[in-house]
Design a protein around this ligand. Structure first.
Ligand code: C2E
Ligand code: MG
Ligand code: MG
Ligand code: MG
Length: 280
């Protein structure tokens, strides 16, 4: 297998390889230079507080502006970045860029926002995550309490001791911690007590087209009550219609994010969205 050898890497494209494998290897090669070529862009999706309907935060979502293939969504390259370890450098760029973007926006428009950044399970094992977070905060001037890191269940389950210590360290910095895609993974809820989690994001598979049923809503209500009693806030992801929104409000869900409010957008459109939302 072609592997790193002192920085240079030799890949062999053989006739027997599937097209899929070749595409993946080609993408992997391009990915190695994407940071230097400044090809990544961040889009931001607003998060709405259900109490007053205002935008209370944004989630940074990465895209890759590939020179020939156009805008590539994260699901098409994050797994490759994770497998190669490139995710650590990419993740560190995301932290710095997103903190800088949003801190400047907050200062521009004078409206407080919490910034959410996705953190891969691979980054959770990296010794540089905490210093990446500190540097991103220092360089941007953002308060630690305005930054929220979105972790996935799988990242927490894998290595309890190390992740425990790391999460404590992140807590000491003062950033908030969220569980992303809650309900899709191992769904063991005992770990919610073990870790200092502030926010639970309910995955949109709970809220999909066929899932607005009474039993789904009962379930969301029960999960929400449990999270509240543990001192955590609940955010619904992927809210696409107002029916669902009404049910979430009735379930005492705290915040929501989804196409009903806004799709992820470039920074250039974010100011107007946040300001309009506040005015209406
Ligand atoms: P996620 O963190 O769960 O982000 C939510 C995804 O759902 C986003 O997809 C968002 O565009 C999409 N979404 C939001 N509202 C709706 C809706 O109403 N309906 C539907 N159908 N979809 C909605 P996106 O941007 O393609 O990102 C996919 C995943 O890629 C993210 O899932 C996250 O796990 C990962 N990702 C994105 N940016 C980063 C990053 O900077 N670092 C890492 N490690 N992962 C990232
Ligand atoms: Mg997320
Ligand atoms: Mg999610
Ligand atoms: Mg997801």
């Amino acid at each position: 297998r072609a592997k790193d050898a002192g920085g240079t890497r030799i890949q062999f494209f053989s006739a027997e390889m599937s097209i899929e494998t070749k595409n993946r290897m080609a993408l992997e090669l391009d990915l190695r230079d994407a940071l230097e070529r400044d090809e990544f862009v961040l889009h931001y999706q607003p998060r709405i507080r259900l109490g007053d309907d205002m935008a209370c935060g944004v989630e940074a979502l990465i895209r890759w502006n590939h020179p020939t293939k156009g805008l590539i969504p994260p699901n098409a390259f994050i797994p490759i970045a994770e497998a190669t370890g490139l995710i650590c450098k990419i993740g560190s760029w995301v932290l710095r860029q997103a903190c800088a973007d949003i801190q400047l926006l907050v200062e521009r428009i004078g409206i407080d926002l919490v910034l959410s950044v996705n953190v891969s399970p691979v980054q959770l094992k990296s010794p540089t995550l905490c210093s990446d977070v500190r540097h991103a905060l220092e360089a941007s001037g953002m308060k630690a309490s305005d930054l929220e890191l979105e972790l996935t269940e799988s990242g927490l389950i894998e290595d309890t001791d190390t992740s425990h210590q790391l999460l404590r360290e992140l807590c000491d910095i003062g950033v908030r911690l969220a569980i992303d895609d809650f309900g899709t993974g191992y769904a063991g809820i005992a770990y919610l007590r073990q870790y200092p989690i502030d926010v639970v994001k309910l995955d949109r598979s709970f809220l999909g087209p066929s899932s607005g049923t009474d039993s789904t809503m009962d379930f969301i209500k029960a999960v929400t009550e449990m999270c509240h009693s543990l001192g955590m806030r609940v955010v619904a992801e992927g809210v696409e219609d107002s029916n669902m929104l009404q049910q979430l409000v009735r379930s005492s869900c705290d915040e929501a994010q989804g196409y009903l409010f806004a799709q992820p957008m470039p920074l250039s459109r974010l100011d107007d969205f946040i300001i309009d939302r506040q005015a209406s």
